[in-house]
Design a protein around this ligand. Structure first.
Ligand code: AMP
Ligand code: MG
Length: 477
């Protein structure tokens, strides 16, 4: 399809006007294309050659010719445990929906919900979001997507002057836990029902008309949230800002800020440097998911019997553990069920924590383990605990029905060779700030196919260089 034929619908605007602010994007100065994502273009049936046109740059800059009714959405949220009654899209402007994907410009100017922000996003954080959402997708983890990123000569002040950018993000929904919180806490129950019905249509169409639709929707949110977080834990992803306004009702990873993958395994790792207490540390993510679901449960209380929801929420831990254990079993290549199987990952993790072993590199190396311990032992200064663990592992593998080849093949599909570590992203950002976007393109290749070999980028699959290990990131974006 040609860009000029794109039909953007804005059904959300059929809700009362308290739900949104109709606002036009404010274009950036001298926009230029940084990167486009043809896979995302396929999702909306947009011809690839359209992505390289001037019209497309204007489209991403919010001053294109495609007719649409742009708007920002209203929501609230618990930020670091404290309720903020009104947040909303402060710098994201929705262009409308096509083929089930809502197109949104992040960094496109002020809205009614900008509070004291400037409505902009800097190049640095935009590259991080653009690449990471694609990397999550490549890892098979539910996420929003990104179609394109543009840069500009627009100056945006953070701790210093930086350049403004826009990411064209896409999602099947932009409704957040915080969307429900806005109406519930403002005692707008009529609107709460409207929102619930809109959400059913948008994200749970199979439940529309079901007499238990709301409790079933809640139950699905519990499951998809548990699933998403279990997947994060599996690949060592720390989101960093799990405020309820950053929790998607569809269980998608959204709003990429100061996130990080673990370098060395550290259960208590905190990627967000403003998170002094570690509320959103790597290891806390499963519990925070439950806490956030509890906040969502309160908002559903005018719609659904609370005791019924509590019962659903009580299962969160069981649901999470089941998925998580399966992921861990896959990571170490266990197929046959055996009583003591949960002990293997837990002793491995305490060894990794004590010895500061690179998380991704270790599991990928283990995905080559055929009895020769050399490569694994080279990863640890203390050999004995790893030797002991491998002794038990070897014994356990004897109970497996699959051949070594089959096991290693399956493990290589579970344990990525490449994740986008922060130092790699920073390298790409530094280059991009000097007008060289090759780093972004290279990381996009790895993001899209993290389980493949990519010999040219082998160095990125190894231990993180010492000076870049487990750093913390600022929230300012
Ligand atoms: P975040 O931590 O990025 O999820 O943002 C929290 C809230 O602050 C959301 O409502 C954002 O839209 C808003 N926000 C963040 N940065 C800006 C900005 N530069 N200008 C306006 N609003 C912002
Ligand atoms: Mg957010």
């Amino acid at each position: 399809m040609k860009l000029s034929n794109l039909k953007l619908k804005s059904d959300y605007l059929s809700l009362d006007d308290i739900f949104y602010h109709e606002v036009k994007p404010a274009p950036l100065k001298n926009p230029h294309l940084i990167s486009v994502n043809p896979d995302a273009a396929d999702l909306i049936n947009l011809d690839h050659q359209e992505l390289y046109t001037d019209d497309f740059i204007h489209f991403v800059n919010g001053d294109g010719k495609v007719p649409h009714k742009p708007y920002a959405m209203c929501y609230a949220g618990h930020q670091f445990g404290f309720f903020v009654p009104r947040l909303g899209d402060g710098r994201a402007i929705n262009l409308g929906e096509t083929n089930g994907w809502h197109l949104q410009l992040k960094g496109a100017g002020l809205t009614r919900y900008s509070r004291d922000g400037d409505g902009r996003a800097v190049l640095r954080s935009s590259i991080r979001e653009y690449l990471m959402s694609e990397a999550m997708h490549g890892l098979g983890i539910p996420t929003t997507r990104a179609l394109a990123i543009i840069g500009s000569t627009h100056r945006v002040y953070r701790q210093e002057w930086e350049s403004g950018a826009i990411v064209l993000r896409m999602s099947p929904t932009w409704i957040r836990f915080g969307s429900f919180e806005y109406f519930y806490h403002n005692k707008k129950h009529q609107e709460l029902v409207q929102l619930a019905d809109y959400t059913l249509k948008e994200s749970f169409p199979h439940l529309v008309g079901d007499k238990d639709a709301y409790i079933k929707m809640f139950s699905e949110v519990v499951k998809s949230t548990a699933y998403m977080i279990a997947q994060w834990m599996g690949v060592g992803f720390n989101h960093g800002v799990m405020n309820t306004d950053n929790m998607s009702i569809a269980g998608l990873t959204i709003d990429y800020g100061p996130y990080a993958f673990l370098d060395e395994y550290d259960f208590d790792y905190i990627c967000n440097h403003t998170d002094k207490g570690g509320r959103y540390s790597f290891g806390n993510q499963p519990q925070v998911g439950k806490w956030n679901l509890e906040m969502l449960m309160h908002t559903f209380s005018p719609l659904v019997n609370v005791d019924k929801m509590k019962k659903v929420l009580d299962d969160y831990g069981t649901i999470f553990n089941k998925i998580h254990i399966q992921i861990l079993r896959d990571k170490i290549g266990l197929k046959v069920l055996h009583d003591k199987d949960t002990e293997l990952p837990s002793t491995l993790f305490s060894f990794m924590q004590n010895q500061r072993i690179d998380y991704t590199y270790f599991f990928r190396t283990l995905s080559h383990y055929d009895g020769d311990r050399t490569a694994l032992l080279a990863m640890s200064l203390m050999k004995k605990p790893l030797q002991e663990w491998l002794d038990i592992y070897d014994e356990r593998l004897k109970l497996e029905s699959q051949s070594t080849d089959e096991r290693l093949k399956a493990m290589k599909k579970t344990n990525p060779k490449y994740i986008l570590k922060n130092y790699m992203l920073q390298e790409a950002i530094d280059k991009a700030e000097n007008g060289d976007f090759s780093g972004v393109e290279n990381l996009m290749v790895l993001a899209k196919a993290p389980f493949e070999e990519h010999k040219k980028f082998d160095h990125y699959s190894k231990d993180t260089p010492l000076e870049h290990k487990n750093l913390k990131l600022s929230c300012s974006s």
